[in-house]
Design a binder for this molecule. Sequence first.
Ligand code: F6R
Length: 246
Amino acid sequence: MIATRLHPDKQTAAQAIAREIADLIEIRSKSGKPTVLGLATGSTPLPLYAELIRLHREEKLSFSSVITFNLDEYEGLGATHPQSYRFFMEENLFRHLDIPAANIHIPDGLSKDLAKNCTDYEAAIRAVGGIDLQILGIGRTGHIGFNEPPSAVDTRTRWVHLDEVTRRDNSAFFGDIALVPHGALTMGVATILEARRVELIAFGEAKADVIRRAIQETPSAHCPATWLQKHPHCTFHLDAAAAKAL
Ligand code: F6R
């Protein structure tokens, strides 16, 4: 069951989700528990990250008890590469907050043993008791994380081949499609579905069709976001343009 929440603009959506995260951190830290967040990159979560930074700076929200797991990373790109997701997260979120470095987890696109890096990633998520709240964007192919079609409901963190549509969509960041990696590491669909709460964000008309498919099509590997219909606590945060085809 997917709940939809319509927001007048990106900023209002960001404020609502940031408030939810802040409440979760406050409740859990009062009883001495960490908060485990699953995080996404891309342009969609940027207003949310700006709002979390504002809450930290202006309202003294501490992230010292937060543990993070990012969804994905490009194969072959490391922390110093400006298009790596590690670099993106440092620039747009982590360096502005007080999250202990040891609490930050991102798949290692430079690992010499990618398969082991993926099984270790799953083990690290399990070791902290699972993800409390997962932030997602959505790709026009229906991908969540980098689970491109076809991605089965039982997929786990693994190496994936990126769809050409996704490479083209992301080429703006690289300047040239030839520079966009062909592979990536991503949490699997099953990994994402195990998060206790899922908040998917989508803005703009370019996402309207895939949002319709994710909510209305029968769940299948052809549109991996449809698997979210099986999640008991999943909300899609949309602006009017992204909700247009519903
Ligand atoms: C990013 C990720 C992707 C993006 C999706 C949308 O970590 O996992 O699924 O969320 O490609 O990207 P944007 O937000 O740039 O439209």
